[in-house]
Design a binder for this molecule. Structure first.
Ligand SMILES: *Cc1c(COP(=O)(O)O)cnc(C)c1O
Length: 417
């Protein structure tokens, strides 16, 4: 059973062949696979050589509605004929509409729009610090973060991420972050001092290896923050916008933050990030305290409003949860059959990780040979991040490809030994 993209797309119809030397001028900070894509449709990506790939990367949790979703294409095309850019010196009716919708779906009273995840986190960090400053406590500026976290690649968000391998060679890390063991509430208590302003955590660590915060941990953090007058900030850049089976991951935990970052899937593939905050948390952010030239750009706002139109239709999150259950069940059976290759399924919704027994890079390459695209993560995990519109047939197809990749890896292991 092999599902294919619609008849408008011809697979295996060579167009151009790409090689590694095709990009001698792109700064080589990414280890790029030797495939280039020229178009996508739903969960499918068509390579420049005509091969069709099942895309379980979603551009790293970005293309939540798949590629070329008709509602997104229409929204962007219509906006493109009207207004591309407008400075924040003037009103933004569509930006206000998007902000109001995000607030009505969340704990927040205010939204600040920016262009990426790292920028959203910069906004979160500044807002948390300014909250205490404006309340007469400029000495409270430090934020507690967690081992295995990922918050971005700017200097401040790298310091918050705290990973030695990303920080090395870039000078002294920015001050103001205290990192503790993930899930260790006693360590958090010990780290809180007179300079602590807040706690920043991903409800599920994405880059860190699809690691969920332990049961009760988020609740305990909420309680600690309330007791000590700290702000609780959730980084939902990866977990937000439907990825875990609800609009925001924390809605399934029963714990509400004071501040939240969004980006990745918010624009369905168009760059946009956001900081959401309660009125009290945002009390320090008056005119001039923060800004962005492109933030809230009309094209980005149009895309994000269209994403919400689709996600807020009845049944959208039920579908994500249904596909999640199916995928997890199928993956568990692959683990039963190939314990020498894969060992554990993690995650919520369609933020799924499988822990590899072989090097995760080998599994990702073997999957790519089967024309299934996946993403690596910390802790030797391979992430399955299909578009949220993925169908049952496509999930089943992906697992057949995984099965074949595992068999190929087992075979090459036997040959080697
Ligand atoms: C991807 C990610 C970021 C950084 O987003 P960019 O858009 O790459 O700057 C921050 N936090 C989390 C949890 C992420 O997954």
């Amino acid at each position: 059973m092999h599902h294919r993209p619609s008849a408008t797309i011809k697979c295996n119809n060579p167009v151009t062949v790409m090689t590694n030397s095709a990009a001698p001028h792109l700064l080589p900070v990414f280890a790029r696979a030797d495939i280039g894509f020229e178009r996508g449709e739903g969960v499918w990506l068509i390579a420049t050589n005509g091969d069709c790939y099942l895309d379980f990367t979603s551009g790293v949790a970005v293309n939540a509605l798949g590629h070329a979703h008709p509602a997104l294409v229409k929204a962007l095309q219509e906006q493109a004929t009207k207004l591309w850019h407008m400075s924040n010196l003037f009103q933004s009716p569509d930006g206000e509409k998007l902000a109001a919708r995000l607030c009505s779906e969340s704990f927040a009273d205010f939204v600040f729009f920016c262009n990426s995840g790292a920028e959203a986190l910069e906004g979160v960090i500044k807002l948390v610090r300014h909250h205490h400053f404006s309340k007469g406590h400029p000495e409270r500026y430090r934020i507690i973060t967690f081992e295995g976290a990922f918050h971005g690649r700017t200097l401040a968000t790298l310091a918050a991420t705290g990973s030695a391998k990303y920080l090395e060679g870039f000078g002294p890390p920015m001050d103001g972050f205290d990192q503790v063991a993930h899930g260790d509430i006693e360590a958090v208590k010990k780290a809180i001092g007179p300079a602590t302003a807040g706690i920043l955590i991903e409800p599920i660590q994405g880059e860190g290896g699809v690691r969920s915060a332990p049961l009760g941990f988020l609740k305990a953090l909420r309680q600690l923050c309330d007791e000590k007058g700290l702000l609780l900030a959730f980084d939902e850049v990866q977990t937000g916008m439907g990825r875990t089976g609800d609009l925001f991951a924390h809605r399934r935990t029963g714990v509400t933050p004071d501040v939240m970052s969004l980006a990745k899937a918010l624009g369905g593939g168009f760059p946009i990030g956001a900081v959401l905050a309660t009125a009290d948390a945002a009390s320090g952010m008056g005119p001039g305290s923060h800004g962005s030239t492109f933030g809230g750009n009309p094209l980005a706002i149009a895309a994000a409003n269209a994403v919400l139109d689709v996600m807020l239709r009845p049944g959208f999150f039920d579908h994500v949860q249904k596909m999640s259950l199916l995928l997890k069940q199928k993956l568990a059976s692959v683990i039963d059959r190939h314990p020498d290759i894969v060992s554990e399924v993690r995650g919520e919704g369609l933020l799924i990780g499988i822990k590899a027994v072989v090097p995760s890079g080998d599994l990702i390459a073997a999957l790519r040979n089967e024309k299934l695209l996946t993403v690596g993560a910390g802790d030797n995990v391979v992430r399955f991040l299909p578009p949220l519109i993925v169908t049952e047939a496509e999930i089943e197809d992906s697992v057949i490809r995984l099965e074949r990749a595992c068999a190929a890896l087992s075979g090459s292991k036997r040959t080697a030994s």
